[in-house]
Design a protein around this ligand. Structure first.
Ligand code: SF4
Length: 199
């Protein structure tokens, strides 16, 4: 169609502006990551902030995430928002097991990530009984923080999760790399003798 009409640089620019190539995997990941259906589920005060993300100020409908489902069989994202008691953990695990693959989980707030201010025998962190993809810190995290966490999850589903603090601190996995240390010494201290930084 274009033969003779355009050539060289003009033809190259015309094609660049109109043709996109990709793989099936990338196209599917793009579709999945932009149409997450969260489960209607909340446990405590964090859930109030969670509800706010569908309201006008944050409005996650902009990203295709607003279709909260009433059944785990129709959801592919669970946002664990609030304290998880040991009694409630098997119930959440059952909901998670009822969700169809592929599925993802966000742990929202200090309580379900680390038991937060209620750090006692009755509570359990969510990643002790199910896999968590993204932790959103805070007590409570603001709705904007949850939206940020969902966008991080979107990056992860698309196959390029940001390294975040691992990149900044040159960490591998969940471990920070300490400088070369004399392994024959009696102990490896974060604060070396004479260092008063933590005092
Ligand atoms: S992290 Fe804070 S706001 Fe969220 S459930 Fe725990 S106490 Fe409530």
């Amino acid at each position: 169609m274009l033969r003779g009409d355009l050539s060289d640089e003009a033809l190259r620019r015309y094609v660049e502006e109109r043709v996109m190539t990709t793989t099936v995997e990338k196209a599917v990941a793009w579709g999945r990551s932009n149409s997450l259906w969260p489960l209607s589920f909340g446990l405590a005060c964090c859930a109030i902030e969670q509800m706010h993300v569908v309201a006008s100020r944050v409005d996650i409908a902009r990203f295709g995430f607003e279709a909260f489902r009433a059944s785990p069989r129709q959801a592919d994202l669970i946002i664990i928002a609030g304290r998880v008691s040991i009694k409630m953990a098997p119930v959440i695990r059952r909901l998670w097991d009822q969700m169809l693959e592929p599925k993802w989980a966000i742990s929202m707030g200090a309580c379900c990530s680390s038991m937060g201010v209620f750090n006692n025998y009755a509570l359990v962190p969510s990643d002790k009984f199910m896999p968590i993809d993204v932790h959103v810190p805070g007590c409570p995290p603001r709705p904007e923080a949850l939206a940020h966490g969902i966008l991080k999850l979107r990056d992860k589903i698309q196959g390029h999760p940001p390294d975040g603090w691992r990149e900044r601190y040159e960490a591998v996995g969940t471990e920070e790399l300490l400088p070369e240390t004399d392994m024959d010494s009696a102990a490896i201290n974060v604060f070396q003798p004479g260092d008063t930084a933590g005092a």
